[in-house]
Design a protein around this ligand. Structure first.
Ligand code: TRP
Length: 443
């Protein structure tokens, strides 16, 4: 029996894992539809600001906590702050990440269903309404969505329990660039459609009437979701990092890549939305309806879309395994021989917890919690309540619990950069998170 925890053997392995966790449905599915429902350009601007000014410094903080403690999200705080209640933030992260995975698995299932349809050539040759109806008929079919969700969760659990995670992440080294190239090609096609400029305007010409606290909270929530911060995922990953590796540049890389992919996904979706006469504000189905319509406009589109959905599935899996990993690592702790069984149990519970979300587009679409469908409600409380609270706790922890010389040595930044980081995690991020959250709670 080995008593050592796994470690990343190289820095590139860690960056691939962290970037793989970050880049996923957040950039490719959630970003476009949230931009669509929040009026476009102003939201994009706020999202970029939130990512760089708040998300990035907190990502660095999570890396710092993880690498220093070399422990899972709960034990990290018990180790670093014995006898203090900080470990509760770790538990909150465990609960929130399990809830995120519960609906993430549903969308992962949609991707599998679409992949199946692509392989059987059912995704081409339709009219505009066809793609809307295709998506509606999928999400309204309880057996198909639950079966697909189960398959997606099965693959995720299998990867986490079998220790092939590292291999999957390394495959991301060429899968991710391939996806990126696909997006560039799709963006070019989308931008050259008749009427595409309307979509570009939607993304870049500000409509200031959307500048309000609600848009800001949605942007902050999406920034956290997209960077995988606020639940301890990055604490967990960085805990497998040898103490000798630098963390600052990894955090920067994750942040800019995430912004780049998000904008690119927007440039694929919105020009086509306006050129083909769809509504930008239709919610979670947006990319599933628009993407096949864009492929339709491309030579060999019906074949390329198969490759595309395989790559998308891949990007989604590197995120879902990180979500499952947080919870599994907390329950495994030092019992490495229990890893397999715990992964299956935790995964099964999360799958069951996701079924109501899966059904909330069809047979349970008439159930509302605080005016939201079950799916939207869980999405909302995780991104806009759970993750901000977690992020707040992590930033306060590094700001006020660690001594300056400790964080300075860990981050290894030039002086000005260090003080900028410190001002953000000590003052700016906490005040921003508290103000934005309270305002939305009471206003
Ligand atoms: N960031 C991922 C995405 O954009 C989702 C994700 C993976 C996540 N791990 C996370 C979100 C941990 C929050 C916390 O698709």
């Amino acid at each position: 029996m080995s008593s050592n925890r796994d470690q990343f053997t190289s820095k590139i392995g860690f960056i691939l894992a962290a970037a793989g966790s970050a880049i996923g449905l957040g950039a490719i599915w959630k970003f476009p539809y949230t931009v669509g429902t929040n009026g476009g350009s102003v939201f994009i601007l706020l999202f970029i600001l939130c990512t760089l000014l708040i998300g990035l410094p907190i990502l660095m903080s999570e890396f710092l906590i993880g690498r220093r403690s070399q422990a899972d999200a709960v034990s990290a705080f018990k180790k670093e702050a014995p006898g203090k209640p900080w470990f509760l933030a770790g538990w909150l992260g465990v609960i929130v990440s399990a809830l995120i995975l519960s609906f993430y698995g549903v969308v992962g299932g949609w991707i599998l269903s679409y992949l199946f349809r692509a392989v059987t050539f059912q995704l081409n040759g339709g009219s505009e309404e066809h793609y809307g109806e295709l998506f509606s008929s999928l999400i309204a079919n309880p057996w198909e969505v639950i079966f697909a969700q189960a398959m997606f969760m099965f693959i995720t659990i299998f990867i986490v329990q079998s220790g092939i995670k590292g291999g999957i992440e390394r495959a991301g080294k060429w899968m991710m660039p391939a996806l990126f190239i696909f997006f560039i090609l799709l963006a070019i096609r989308s931008l050259t459609l008749d009427g595409a400029m309307e979509g570009v305007k939607f993304m870049f010409v500000p409509d200031w009437s959307y500048l309000n606290m609600e848009t800001l909270l949605n942007a902050l929530g999406l920034a956290f979701f997209s960077l995988s911060v606020g639940v301890g995922a990055m604490i967990t990953y960085a805990s497998y990092l040898p103490k000798t590796e630098t963390i600052t540049s990894s955090a920067f890389n994750v942040a800019w890549m995430n912004i780049a992919i998000s904008i690119l996904a927007g440039l694929v979706i919105f020009p086509a939305v306006f050129a083909l006469g769809y509504s930008p504000a239709q919610g979670p189905g947006l990319v599933f309806i628009i993407l096949p319509a864009v492929f339709e406009q491309i030579p060999m589109g019906s074949v390329l879309i198969i490759i595309f959905f395989i790559l998308l599935l891949f990007a989604t899996l590197t995120s879902s395994i990180s979500l499952l990993e947080i919870t599994v690592s907390v329950f495994v702790k030092d019992n490495y021989e229990k890893r397999r069984s715990r992964a299956w149990i935790v995964g099964l519970v999360i799958f069951l917890a996701g079924i109501p979300s899966a059904l909330s587009f069809g047979v349970w679409s008439n159930i509302f919690i605080m005016d939201k469908s079950i799916f939207d409600f869980i999405d909302y409380i995780t991104a806009n309540v759970g993750m901000p609270i977690g992020a707040l706790a992590f930033s306060l922890f590094v700001a006020y619990y660690y001594k300056t010389n400790v964080t300075k040595a860990e981050l290894n930044l030039p002086n000005a950069g260090y003080w900028l980081w410190r001002t953000i995690v000590c003052v700016i991020a906490p005040i921003a998170i508290i103000t934005i959250s309270l305002y939305n709670l009471f206003a």
